[in-house]
Design a protein around this ligand. Structure first.
Ligand code: ACO
Length: 334
């Protein structure tokens, strides 16, 4: 079965409550309609009921009435969410008035529904900048225990099946955290291994990449990756990590054997962790274009509950797929 089909089958099984906070937006509503039709998740829309239903009629959508529609202005739990916001951010000076105002913004309301246990995940960003989607998530949902940074992974599906697991690899961080420390890079490596296992059902073989293989170059950037590898091994001994490795030593068997014959993964890595956001973002875009790879993501990882950010150029099927992935993340978190 194709990866996305597998993800959809699992999403149906999990039947999670996923919030779409941009419910006045055509692509979001069309996606919501399809998600309900396919039974991929329970859809929660945070927008005025009359707006949602008017737009649904305009676009000829038949299933939207089956969504849970929540008007941010009149949500019955608004006050209790505001109290929770004050409790979580009183050290930052959050007041009840300010919290009530923020909750008029569907992105904050969605986040607080998740924080309070009234929803399982969120997909947004078709009409909002990354920072505006992520900030409420960072501030209220926060990270998993033992993890301090959120990062973004891509599932890379290569037409050339010789790479990774039959053409499938996972790359990170390609989307969020610009310049990780060694500890943060280790967290990104562990989260990416978990993503590979939970979403793609892979047995992760994780390479932490650099411009050096096992001390072939001396530089503080190399030291950071070597140290991150040690930390990742301590954090998650159940997974295979190695580094620092150059990209060819990580994925080409003959080079891996030659440059680091004792490595448990060299030459056959299926998860690549990049030393910085610059490297990861450039790499996934080059592989997507030059190797004609399909890039699915970013799948945000490390958050205490799954919240995923769309590109503003996304299509209806991008939204449907990301909701299915989010439902898988929510299901794996149980
Ligand atoms: N993980 C967890 N928490 C974080 C992270 C992170 N990676 N980054 C910031 N935070 C927290 C901060 O600690 C802070 O919390 P606090 O308010 O409790 O103190 C809060 O989030 C806000 O932090 P800021 O530093 O003010 O972050 P800001 O909101 O300005 O920016 C953002 C966050 C937007 C994610 C920023 O890191 C960024 O712009 N990253 C790059 C995103 C990007 O452009 N990616 C490339 C394009 S995506 C693509 O091509 C697929």
């Amino acid at each position: 079965m194709e990866l996305l089909d597998k993800i959809k089958v699992n999403a149906k099984k999990f039947n999670k409550r996923i919030v779409l906070p941009e419910a006045w937006e055509e692509r979001t509503l069309r996606a919501a309609d399809q998600i309900i039709e396919e039974g991929l998740a329970q859809v929660y829309l945070t927008e005025k009921r009359e707006v949602v239903l008017r737009e649904a009629v305009k676009f000829g959508l038949k299933n939207i009435e089956k969504a849970v529609i929540i008007d941010p202005a009149n949500h019955e739990k608004k006050e209790s969410y505001a109290n929770l916001m004050v409790e979580l951010r009183k050290s930052k000076g959050m007041t009840k008035d300010e919290a009530m105002k923020l909750l008029d913004n569907p992105l904050y309301l969605a986040t607080m529904m998740i924080k309070a246990g009234d929803a399982d995940g969120e997909v947004a960003g078709a009409n909002n900048a990354t920072g505006d989607v992520l900030r409420p998530a960072f501030q209220y949902v926060k990270t998993l225990p033992g993890i301090s940074v959120v990062s973004g992974a891509f599932l890379m599906i290569m037409p050339d099946k010789k790479w990774g697991d039959n053409g499938l690899m996972v790359f990170a961080d390609c989307a969020v955290h610009p310049d990780p420390t060694d500890r943060e890079l280790a967290e990104i490596a562990v989260c990416t291994a978990q993503t590979a296992l939970a979403i793609a059902e892979m047995e992760p073989r994780v390479a932490l990449l650099s411009f050096s293989t096992k001390g072939s170059a001396k530089h503080e950037m190399v030291d950071k990756v070597a140290s991150a590898t040690q930390i990742a091994r301590q954090m998650a001994p159940q997974f295979l990590f190695d580094g620092e490795l150059q990209a060819d030593a990580a994925i080409v068997e003959s080079i891996g054997r030659k440059k680091c014959p004792d490595s448990p993964i060299a030459g056959r890595a299926n998860v690549l962790v990049f030393p910085s956001l610059e490297a990861g973002n450039i790499a996934y875009k080059l592989v997507q274009r030059l190797a004609n790879a399909e890039a699915i993501g970013p799948v945000l990882q490390g958050m205490a509950a799954p919240i995923n950010d769309l590109s503003r150029g996304c299509s209806v099927s991008d939204i449907v797929n990301l909701v299915a992935i989010t439902a898988n993340q929510a299901g794996a978190g149980k």
